[in-house]
Each structure stands twice: as C-alpha cells, then as structure tokens.
Design a binder for this molecule. Structure first.
Ligand SMILES: *[C@@H]1O[C@H](CO)[C@@H](O)[C@H](O)[C@H]1NC(C)=O
Ligand SMILES: *[C@@H]1O[C@H](CO)[C@@H](O)[C@H](O)[C@H]1NC(C)=O
Ligand SMILES: *[C@@H]1O[C@H](CO)[C@@H](O)[C@H](O)[C@H]1NC(C)=O
Ligand SMILES: *[C@@H]1O[C@H](CO)[C@@H](O)[C@H](O)[C@H]1NC(C)=O
Ligand SMILES: *[C@@H]1O[C@H](CO)[C@@H](O)[C@H](O)[C@H]1NC(C)=O
Ligand SMILES: *[C@@H]1O[C@H](CO)[C@@H](O)[C@H](O)[C@H]1NC(C)=O
Ligand SMILES: *[C@@H]1O[C@H](CO)[C@@H](O)[C@H](O)[C@H]1NC(C)=O
Ligand SMILES: *[C@@H]1O[C@H](CO)[C@@H](O)[C@H](O)[C@H]1NC(C)=O
Ligand SMILES: *[C@@H]1O[C@H](CO)[C@@H](O)[C@H](O)[C@H]1NC(C)=O
Ligand SMILES: *[C@@H]1O[C@H](CO)[C@@H](O)[C@H](O)[C@H]1NC(C)=O
Ligand SMILES: *[C@@H]1O[C@H](CO)[C@@H](O)[C@H](O)[C@H]1NC(C)=O
Ligand SMILES: *[C@@H]1O[C@H](CO)[C@@H](O)[C@H](O)[C@H]1NC(C)=O
Length: 414
C-alpha cells in the first residue's frame, strides 16, 4: 500500500473521495478485507497478529509468542466490536485519545488572545481528559484501507465539537511487519488554529493474564533510558509548570537501569506519586535525546522497554514523540472482564477480571498540557492551523523474547 499520508493532498480530500481512490487500488488482498464475525479487523505478519475496531480506531487484541512458543494476547480489550460503545466505564482501551490527549487544566486554553472553553469530563468537571466526554476514542472511525498487514482509519472532527476551534481531519494507519507494530497518525487543521495532541492508549499485560503466579504486571521490567525528568503535577494530575528530576534510585528512576514496575511500591514517596492518595504511576516522563546531537528516532534506540520475566515477551518502543506516559493501572479494581483469549478457565483461583496493578498503559505523546504552559515554548508541536504542516505521530513497537530476563527470574517465578 502506498504511504497513506505521505502527502497533505490526501488529507485534504473528503473521506468519500479518499475511499474511492483507495478502493480503486489493488490494496485489499487475501483475507485482510474480511471483517471478522465479532466485528473486528485482523492484520498479521510473521510472529505478530492483531485485531482492530473502528470505535476509537482501537487495538483490541495483539498476539505474540512467548519464550515457550505459546501465543499470548498481551493487550486489554473486549471480545467483540459492539461492546466497546455499550460499556460506560470507557477506560480508553487501546484507542486514540483526541483531539487533545491527557488533561487540559480548567478545561480552557488561549490561542492568539482568544480563550476557548472545552467540555470538562473529569474530577467534578475541573478538567478535560482525552478530548472531552465525546473525545475521539468515543467515536466510530471510518475504515478507509485494509490489507493483510495494514489498516487505515479516518475521522473528521467538526468545528466546535467538544468546544475545540476548527475542523480537524485525521488518519491513523497501523501496519505490521515481522515482529513489529507500526503506528502513523496525522491530523490536519483545515479551518482554524487548534490544539492537537494524539497518542495510543494501549493497556499491556505481557503475560496475557496467564502467569499462574500473578495476575499483576508489577514484575514487568521497565526501562526509560532518556527519561531523567518528568512533568510535575498537582493532586488531580494537572501539570503545575515544574519539570522534576528523577534522581537515581528514586521511585521515578527508570532511566539509570531497568527496574520492575513494582520495585518501589512500598517506598513512602510512592504514596501520592500518581495524585492525591494514589500509590503507583500515572506520570508524564520527558524523553530527552537532542543533547546527543541530531538523531533519527528509528535508529536512536527505544524510548521505552517493557518485558515480563515470566513470558519473556519484551516490547521496545521507538517514537518521534518527546514525552512518554506510564500508568500502572492503580484505578483497576476487579470490575473489567478479561477477554476469552486471556487468563485461565475453569479455575476459580485465577480471577477473570483485571486487578489493581494488573496492567500498564504506555502512551507516546508530547509534553502534557503544554497549551497551558506557554513558557515551555511547545506551540509549534501542539497548535496547528490551516496552511501548517500536519500534526504527525509515529511509533514502532518491536517484539522479542528476552531469555536473559527469563533466566534471571526462573526459580522465583516457575
Ligand atoms: C483465509 O481464511 C480461511 C478461513 O478462515 C483460511 O482457511 C485460509 O487459510 C485463509 N487464507 C489466507 C491466505 O490467510
Ligand atoms: C460482546 O462481548 C461482551 C463482553 O465480553 C459480552 O457481554 C457480549 O455478550 C458480547 N456480545 C456479543 C453480541 O457477542
Ligand atoms: C459504533 O459501531 C458499533 C458497531 O460496531 C455500534 O454498535 C455502535 O453503536 C457505534 N457507536 C457509535 C458511537 O456510533
Ligand atoms: C477557569 O476557567 C473559567 C472559564 O471557564 C475562568 O472563569 C476561571 O477564571 C478559570 N479558573 C482558573 C483558576 O484559571
Ligand atoms: C473541582 O471543582 C469544585 C467546584 O467547582 C470543587 O468543589 C472541587 O474541590 C474541585 N476539585 C476536585 C478534585 O474535584
Ligand atoms: C508542582 O508539583 C510538584 C509535584 O507534586 C511539587 O513537588 C511542586 O512543589 C509543585 N510546584 C508548584 C510550584 O506548585
Ligand atoms: C527502588 O527500587 C530499586 C530497585 O530495587 C532500588 O535500587 C531503589 O533503592 C528503590 N528506591 C526506593 C526509593 O525505594
Ligand atoms: C485522602 O486520604 C485522606 C486520609 O484517608 C482523606 O481524608 C482524604 O479525603 C483523601 N482525599 C481524597 C481526595 O481522596
Ligand atoms: C471500580 O471502578 C469502576 C470504574 O473505575 C467504578 O465505577 C466502580 O465503582 C469501582 N468499584 C469499586 C467496588 O470500587
Ligand atoms: C532483557 O531485560 C533486561 C532487564 O530488563 C535488560 O537489562 C536487557 O537489556 C534485556 N535484553 C535485551 C536484549 O534487550
Ligand atoms: C526454568 O528452569 C527449569 C529448571 O529449573 C527448566 O526446566 C525450565 O525450562 C526453565 N524455563 C525457562 C523458560 O527457561
Ligand atoms: C516478582 O519478582 C520478585 C523479585 O523482585 C520475586 O521475589 C517475586 O517472587 C516475583 N513475584 C511473582 C508473583 O512472580
């Protein structure tokens, strides 16, 4: 398939024209064109298979073989496409938060002296999370292309929706190559200047909830080699303008060496680390790479590495983005059901729901709420208008098996 958004010309076309153009190309091949009976779309490549749904342009299943060659479904989701818009809890399972990911302080921002109020949807309406009560991951996107190894979704977000100025047209392409998942998101502001910041909100459990010793992700090892700093936030996770140091051996130090997510759970500093009374992580880490000179994000090395010592499955995240959010699922409480492809059956000692700390969300993104921190000087990364280059987010998730890590823990976990 040609690079869907290599040209802004494509992005300017109405969806129907775009679909007609793509429909005329020999891009729909093999079984790729078929929608599965559960409403999902499958794509695959060597060593990797994934399902997606139009709701939120979300990933719903991701199958990777573990150290024993057993396939595990390592992301959260629901069993069928129709359930996503019925479930009112809406934990943003695997979708694209937009048009502005993460939180907007006081649900307001200014551009060129004009103040805009967007719809609040969190903390008694004190802020806007992930684009508002009808953000992009609450909507059904249009499938504009689907091949055996790739799928492209599009969305037209009208002027004024959720209070945001101007129309935005977005395309999200997911492509699989051997052992890799590639994400390319673009968005074009066609009529007015507006904030745009996207992300992929995928929940991971690299054991597929099939580790007999634990349903949690606290033993997953995490490494954020470029993240010596993080965004300081108030009690409801709104940035307060400060950039904080992740001192070596402190609870937020994932950069000096890989560390288990649960390694510091009982440290006193962990209490309040993810907001008032919250123990764990819901943290925006900065990704600092420019000090080493010009870099190619595809070659510079992963910004994050997450690996499970039980399954051995490791994901290395490469991205052009300059911040990285980690959420350790402290809000899960045993109400969200596992998929049929996960967990244990006929064994009541293993819950079929997601427990507190049962997962990890990793979000490639830009510095959160920079639209309300003008001194960070990130307008060029976050404010887009007609005639500007499109917003672009790219990421590659590379999968492998880490035998060293498995051997290191074999004995404690088997
Ligand atoms: C297409 O799907 C059918 C039935 O699900 C399967 O038997 C066949 O192997 C698939 N072909 C390819 C090329 O994936
Ligand atoms: C879809 O999945 C949900 C959650 O697992 C389940 O409750 C529902 O019955 C399923 N619906 C269909 C049509 O299969
Ligand atoms: C999205 O599409 C599903 C079908 O997969 C449908 O059940 C649902 O009502 C739609 N939701 C919205 C918000 O349009
Ligand atoms: C919050 O936004 C409202 C407008 O919606 C404004 O009147 C108020 O001053 C703002 N509060 C703060 C603390 O910025
Ligand atoms: C949110 O706003 C309300 C009133 O507007 C206030 O009472 C409350 O303390 C605020 N904070 C939170 C965390 O809800
Ligand atoms: C901002 O938040 C951080 C983290 O909670 C805190 O350490 C710092 O004192 C706060 N700074 C200001 C200026 O509010
Ligand atoms: C956090 O865990 C690491 C690895 O076990 C340890 O070296 C470090 O001292 C711990 N830090 C705190 C504050 O407990
Ligand atoms: C935090 O915990 C304290 C002590 O249990 C409690 O008094 C307070 O209401 C809690 N605050 C919030 C915002 O949950
Ligand atoms: C569990 O979490 C959900 C969603 O966050 C919430 O609606 C529900 O009330 C919680 N249940 C308990 C028992 O805390
Ligand atoms: C395997 O995991 C360990 C611990 O996280 C890490 O130090 C090591 O670099 C990983 N191996 C590879 C090849 O990535
Ligand atoms: C773990 O160690 C046992 C022997 O203690 C061995 O039989 C098993 O194959 C090892 N597992 C892995 C995944 O290496
Ligand atoms: C998690 O890792 C620790 C070592 O950090 C080990 O002692 C513990 O047994 C592991 N827990 C499980 C459930 O495998």
């Amino acid at each position: 398939m040609p690079s869907v958004l290599s040209s802004a010309l494509f992005a300017l076309l109405p969806c129907t024209a775009f679909a007609q153009m793509y429909g005329s190309l020999p891009s729909i091949a093999g079984n790729g064109s078929a929608v599965m009976p559960n409403g999902k779309y499958q794509i695959s490549s060597e060593g990797i298979r994934a399902h997606f749904i139009p709701y939120g342009a979300s990933i719903s299943n991701l199958f990777i073989a573990d150290v024993h060659g057993v396939e595990r479904d390592i992301v959260l989701g629901f069993d069928n496409a129709s359930y996503y818009s019925i479930d009112r809890l809406h934990p943003h399972l695997g979708g694209v938060p937009g048009r502005y990911a993460n939180r907007i302080k006081n649900s307001t921002f200014s551009i060129d002296g004009i103040t805009y109020n967007v719809l609040p949807n969190e903390h008694n309406n004190n802020d806007t999370l992930h684009g508002g009560p009808n953000g992009w991951d609450w909507r059904n996107w249009t499938v504009v292309a689907h091949t055996v190894d790739s799928i492209t979704f599009s969305l037209v977000d009208p002027d004024g929706m959720e209070g945001f100025p101007g129309e935005v047209i977005s395309y999200v392409t997911y492509t699989l190559t051997p052992y890799q998942w590639h994400i390319r998101m673009t968005a074009l502001a066609t009529t007015k200047k507006t904030p745009i910041m996207l992300s992929s909100h995928t929940y991971w459990n690299l054991d597929g909830f099939q580790n007999p010793a634990t349903p949690l992700a606290l033993n997953h090892s995490l490494f954020l080699p470029y993240s010596g700093q993080r965004v300081g936030c108030d009690g409801i996770l709104i940035p307060n303008g400060t950039i904080l140091p992740n001192q070596p051996y402190s609870v937020n130090d994932f950069w000096s060496a890989p560390k288990q997510i649960g390694a510091n759970m009982s440290a006193p500093e962990m209490y309040g680390n993810c907001g008032t009374n919250c123990t764990g992580y819901d943290t925006c880490y900065l990704v600092n790479r420019a000090q080493d000179g010009p870099y190619d994000w595809r070659a510079k090395g992963p910004v994050a590495q997450l690996a499970s010592p039980w399954s051995g499955i490791q994901v290395d995240v490469y991205t052009d983005q300059e911040a990285f959010q980690i959420y350790s699922c402290g809000g899960q409480n045993g109400t969200l059901a596992l998929k049929e492809t996960q967990g244990f059956f006929n064994d009541s000692s293993h819950p079929r729901t997601v427990q507190k700390y049962g997962c990890v969300v990793m979000e490639v993104e830009d510095w959160i709420d920079a639209i309300n921190q003008p001194e960070w000087q990130r307008n060029k990364k976050q404010i887009f208008g007609p005639g500007d280059d499109p917003y672009v987010l790219e990421a590659t998730y590379e999968f492998s098996v880490n035998r060293t890590l498995v051997n290191m823990f074999n004995g404690t976990m088997h």
